[in-house]
Design a protein around this ligand. Structure first.
Ligand code: MSP
Length: 639
């Protein structure tokens, strides 16, 4: 069986997930789902990068120890992915014990082979940043963050002999044209390699940075974060001995954006070569999402959060937009206007309309049952079938080349051809003439087949829409169970199956109203005032002792579907029972920060003592825990 392994970068835990992280992860998800559709055995990896200066500093600013801080932000990533329908097999953290073991194993191996040496480094050091700068990184000779001139400093460190592998790397890139793709990034790496490559400093003295993996051969040092992070790609396969490693390493493709081209295009292949393994098969490099032509920025308030968009426009509209709008490899601009435009035209108008027209006609003319092909295909039918089959072929050709937009364009050509087919054949006219019932059957059957094929072809991009469409066509398969060979074939609907007209797949969105709606307060349920409770004095409110706590441990309460038993750190450890088991798994909630009413009288639920109450909000089936905007020290009072 063919195999496929795709990874995303492991994201730093110093910032919350945004649209850029979502894009790379959705791209990897599409690749994974596509290869499953094609019958491959796959492995899909994502995770978080948790050591190093950046994280230690962010934790310090939040007044937390680095591990609790990393637990919290890592949890935000881990919880986001299922909500974007990401089909990863493992979520790796660089603080996972198996990863620490593999990093130390690799360091020792490369050290034993003589490719790591100890030496004194003299360079320009910024005391504020506690790190060395190269001349090139300085702005007017000053540290860009502190606007101060760095001082000359000497430091003894460990170095990886990266320069030794320079010639090999150039030859490897030249001999394998799609090792780094698209070509512009391959050229960028080759251009960089025209200059002599320096060795890579791979350690940090513990007195300067303790938040890292200790070097196995010298505990006065921790590992430089990139040497640690890159190794995640083999840890996840149980390197060196695991069967997964032998199965999946030879077919690995890493997916990243251009910001981390150098570590992936240069450090990683040379490290892996020094370990004695062949490098990855492909490095897939995409461009940047820009907002108002610039970088996303927290201070300018231009950070785009995936779940905000998903809650406004739906998950599949969001996934479709990202994949259709960006040409892989180039930058793209993000705007809500552009997203709404695509939603209304491609999804509501083209796909949504085709599906609802087809089902409405099936309901009207054939009592909602799939009719047979009753007449020989004519030219128009043949053209429709040919377009559908062409879209299927394009999918198999373009997705492996990362041309997601092209694959979608050809699926949409098929959707548009089907809409035109309806207009030209005018089934409503045939329906008036009993002598032409056979032709009407063939027409509707053709349309149902196109819709079914489209559902299969969009499954890697829009898995839940695919499932809804198939379900309404009477096919009860999960999108991950679909297989191209058996499911992307013309004509396999079963005659007589009942289809379900249902509601429109993608209601149109009016952006103006949407924006105004956002400003309005949510409307209370019909007839009810927004706030019904009696007014209280501040003194009464003050009697509530509410604290921020970090969940240390969680488990299900035996014989209860609803209850989780939690241990929450609020400066002291508290056992509380929370009615959240139907929406939150124990693994999901460990590391999260919650708001706890700490002075509630103890109570027993299903025989388990609860000393406090975790605050949550319920909106229909949506149960959300309240959590502080940024991590704070456990035990801080809420006021
Ligand atoms: N921790 C390192 C990666 C280590 S991999 C062994 C890191 N983390 S990061 O959190 O900064 O993530 C960078 C990645 O996030 C990019 O390579 C890309 O995948 C994604 N993006 C971040 N901003 C982005 C855009 N504005 N646009 C598109 N993707 C971007 O670097």
């Amino acid at each position: 069986m063919d195999r496929f392994y795709v990874s995303t970068p492991i994201y730093y835990v110093n910032a919350e997930p945004h649209i850029g992280h979502a894009y790379t992860t959705i791209v990897a998800d599409v690749l994974n789902r596509f290869h499953l559709l094609m019958g491959f055995k796959t492995f899909f990896l994502t995770g978080t990068d948790e050591h190093g200066d950046k994280i230690a500093q962010a934790a310090q600013e939040a007044g937390m120890d680095p591990k609790s801080y990393a637990d919290h932000i890592s949890g935000l990533f881990r919880d986001l992915w299922p909500r974007l329908n990401i089909s990863n097999d493992r979520f790796i953290r660089t603080t996972d014990p198996d990863h620490i073991r593999v990093v130390q194993y690799v360091l020792q191996k490369v050290h034993d082979a003589g490719d790591i040496y100890f030496s004194t480094y003299r360079g320009l050091y910024c005391v504020g940043c506690e790190r060395f700068y190269t001349e090139r990184e300085l702005v007017d000779g000053k540290c860009p963050d502190h606007d101060k001139e760095p001082v000359e400093r000497e430091e003894a460190n460990y170095f990886f002999r990266m320069s030794k592998y320079q010639d090999w790397l150039v030859e490897h890139i030249e001999a394998n044209p799609d090792f780094i793709r698209p070509e512009r990034y391959r050229n960028e790496v080759l251009a960089f390699l025209r200059e002599p490559l320096e060795d890579l400093c791979i350690s940090r003295p513990v007195e300067r940075l303790s938040w890292g993996i200790p070097l196995p051969f010298d505990h006065r040092y921790v590992t430089y974060v990139w040497f640690d992070a890159l190794i995640n790609y083999i840890t996840a396969l149980d390197y060196p001995d695991g069967p997964l490693f032998h199965e999946f390493w030879p077919v690995v493709q890493h997916t990243i954006a251009k910001d981390i081209l150098k570590p992936h295009g240069i450090y990683w292949p040379t490290i892996i070569r020094a370990v004695g393994i062949t490098p990855y098969r492909h490095l897939n490099v995409h461009g940047y999402w820009k907002i108002n032509e610039g970088k996303m920025s927290k201070s300018k308030g231009t950070v785009v959060r995936p779940l905000d968009l998903v809650s406004l426009y739906g998950l599949d509209a969001f996934r479709y937009f990202l994949l259709r709008e960006m040409v892989f490899g180039l930058d793209a601009g993000f705007s809500e206007e552009a997203l709404v435009q695509r939603l209304n035209s491609d999804l509501a108008n083209d796909l949504g309309n085709l599906f609802s027209r087809t089902l409405a006609m099936t309901a009207r003319y054939f009592d909602g049952k799939v009719p047979p092909f009753d007449t020989e295909p004519d030219d128009m039918d043949r053209e429709l079938i040919a377009r559908t089959e062409a879209a299927a072929q394009q999918l198999t050709r373009e997705v492996p080349k990362l041309n997601f937009h092209k694959a979608l364009v050809s699926i949409w050509e098929c959707i548009n051809a089907a809409n035109r087919y309806i207009d030209h054949t005018a089934p409503w006219n045939l329906a008036r003439d009993p002598a032409r019932l056979g032709r009407l059957k063939t027409l509707i059957r053709n349309l149902l087949e196109v819709n079914r094929m489209v559902a299969v072809l969009i499954a890697p991009f829009m898995p839940s829409t695919a499932e809804t469409m198939l379900h309404r066509l009477g096919i009860h398969k999960k999108s991950l169970e679909l297989r191209f060979d058996t499911d992307a074939r013309w004509g396999i609907l079963i005659e007589g199956t009942t289809v379900d007209k249902g509601e429109s797949l993608f209601p149109r969105v009016d952006l103006q109203q949407q924006k105004e709606g956002k400003k309005e307060r949510p409307k209370p349920a019909a007839g009810k005032p927004a706030v019904e409770a009696p007014l209280i004095d501040f003194d009464l409110f003050k009697q509530l002792d509410m604290r921020i706590g970090t969940v240390k441990h969680a488990e299900r309460v035996p014989r209860s579907d609803r209850l989780l038993k939690l241990v929450v750190d609020i400066g002291e450890e508290r056992q509380v029972v929370a009615g959240i088991a139907q929406t939150h798994s124990p693994e999901q909630i460990v590391g999260k920060q919650v708001v706890l009413v700490a002075n509630l009288k103890p109570a027993k639920l299903m025989g388990v003592e609860s000393r406090g109450m975790v605050l949550a909000v319920k909106d229909g089936d949506n149960l959300c825990l309240l959590t502080p905007e940024k991590p704070v020290r456990p035990g801080q009072p809420v006021s």
